[in-house]
Ligand binder design. Structure first.
Ligand code: APR
Length: 233
């Protein structure tokens, strides 16, 4: 098993204290997608959308939030695995990077980056995005939006992701409900290319039947054990 692609979702960050989306206590139980996570919502009420992401950015930067054993196990796997390893995450947090993972593609963008709607410049951001902020690239005021992919927008890095899936020997899906495409289609794509597919989740996802092997439980326990097994082979 030379080449591994790992897809992660909100479930891998749950034990770090970050909310998931579709659990009973999830984000979409508190606020509607169409009010805060679409380009139309941003045009209609930019202040409300900015406030939603400012609150999530502040929560991520809370000193109590850090990488958990699942993130750390994936960073260890990247260090010790003799073949290729790519983490494709739907998450906009930076917990994979804080754990030490280096090959991470954020297909839904990143909470700690902003993008200028005038000149397209992408900048790191660790504070609230407000209309007063000026883009360092074009001096535009109030032009910075979260560098997060909204519903109706194209996910990032898709050509690179598709190439990795086409050559994967193993595809592992961790902490995602399998509700949102194109990520929800990756297991079928990898399988069609001959990869072995494994699901690690708290409970069966929408696409559970697509996996050759499934293990259920909290990621913080499941992922370190899985990595141990993989490295022992
Ligand atoms: N360990 C492992 N899995 C967990 C844990 C945990 N501690 N807690 C919850 N889960 C599982 C849930 O059972 C669920 O299947 O994680 C999954 C989280 O699913 P969602 O909340 O739908 O999150 P995700 O799949 O990442 O959503 C995909 O949808 O709203 C958009 O852009 C957003 O990236 C997000 C995308």
């Amino acid at each position: 098993m030379r080449s591994i692609v790992i897809l992660t979702g909100a479930g891998i960050s749950r034990e770090s204290g970050l909310a998931t989306f579709r659990d009973a206590d999830g984000i979409w139980a508190q606020v509607r997608i169409e009010d805060v996570a679409t380009p139309e919502a941003f045009r209609a009420d930019p202040g409300r959308v900015q406030a939603f992401y400012n609150a999530r950015r502040r929560a991520l930067l809370d000193p109590a939030v850090g990488a958990n054993p699942a993130h750390l196990a994936l960073a260890r796997l990247e260090r010790d695995w003799p073949g290729d390893l790519l983490v494709v995450t739907q998450n906009v947090d930076d917990l994979h990077e804080r754990a030490g993972s280096r090959h991470v593609l954020h297909m839904h963008g990143e909470l700690l980056k902003a993008r200028c709607t005038a000149c397209g410049r992408i900048v790191p951001v660790a504070e609230d995005l407000t209309p007063e902020l000026v883009c360092a690239g074009c001096d535009g005021a109030g032009t910075l939006r979260p560098h997060v992919v909204w519903f109706g927008e194209m996910p990032l890095h898709m050509p690179e992701i598709d190439r990795a899936l086409a050559r994967a020997d193993l595809f592992v899906s961790i902490g995602t409900s399998g509700n949102v495409y194109p990520a929800a289609g990756f297991a079928a794509e990898a399988r069609a290319a001959g990869a072995r597919t494994i699901e690690l989740n708290l409970e069966p996802s929408e696409g559970a039947s697509l996996f050759d092997e499934t293990r259920y439980g909290p990621a913080g326990t499941l992922v370190p054990a899985f990595v141990e097994d993989l490295l022992r082979v």
